[in-house]
Design a binder for this molecule. Structure first.
Ligand SMILES: [Fe+2]
Length: 186
């Protein structure tokens, strides 16, 4: 089993839930550069972009929480957020636009409910002391897919230029990937 991500065999009904973020409180502003991104930049050329996370409104929060197994909520009551990435146009050379490898500052595991995505590739890495970074796996989710992610491991997203990526994300601050996976597989 890979310890980085897992496509889950569950669906969420998120129809009619508000995904606007302008009026919502910030959960986190992801910084563009961590040491992982700086390491990758030594190996390949890319234009960095960044992401923001906002709290979902109460209607969305309650509807999504209701669809999570009780066993999961018993482990930890998660935050329901909306993640947003807004890449610009690429340059004349078509240099890839990447949300550089990072670990999430505010959580260790998440369930991403993908909607409003455009075929971006998410990659995971192993980082060695001394600054070497190696890609160990990747996936490209489709709209409607649900993934469990170990965001305590470095990961990046290769963006589609000019295409906004926005989806609901369930934030777990304390429950590790393996534990959630075990719980979800029951
Ligand atoms: Fe992340």
């Amino acid at each position: 089993m890979n310890e980085f991500f897992k496509k889950l065999n569950i669906k969420f009904d998120i129809e009619n839930l508000s995904m606007t973020t302008e009026d919502k409180k910030l959960v986190d502003q992801y910084v563009t550069w961590q040491k992982y991104g700086a390491s990758l930049a030594k190996k390949q050329k890319f234009i960095p972009t960044h992401a923001t996370g906002h709290y979902a409104d109460d209607e969305a929060k309650n509807k999504i929480l209701k669809q999570l197994p009780k066993a999961v909520l018993d482990l930890e009551m998660p935050i329901i957020g909306i993640l947003e990435l807004s890449p610009k146009e690429s340059d004349q050379n078509g240099t890839p636009i990447v949300f550089p490898p990072h670990i999430d500052p505010d959580r260790i595991t998440c369930i991403n409910i993908y909607e409003n995505i455009n075929g971006e590739e998410t990659s995971f890495y192993e980082y060695e002391k001394g600054g070497k970074i190696n890609k160990v796996g990747s996936f490209t989710a489709q709209n409607g897919d649900v993934y469990l992610l170990n965001v305590s491991k470095p990961h990046s997203v290769q963006m589609i230029p000019n295409k906004k990526r926005k989806f609901f994300s369930v934030y777990f601050k304390e429950t590790p990937f393996e534990k959630l996976l075990e719980c979800l597989n029951k």
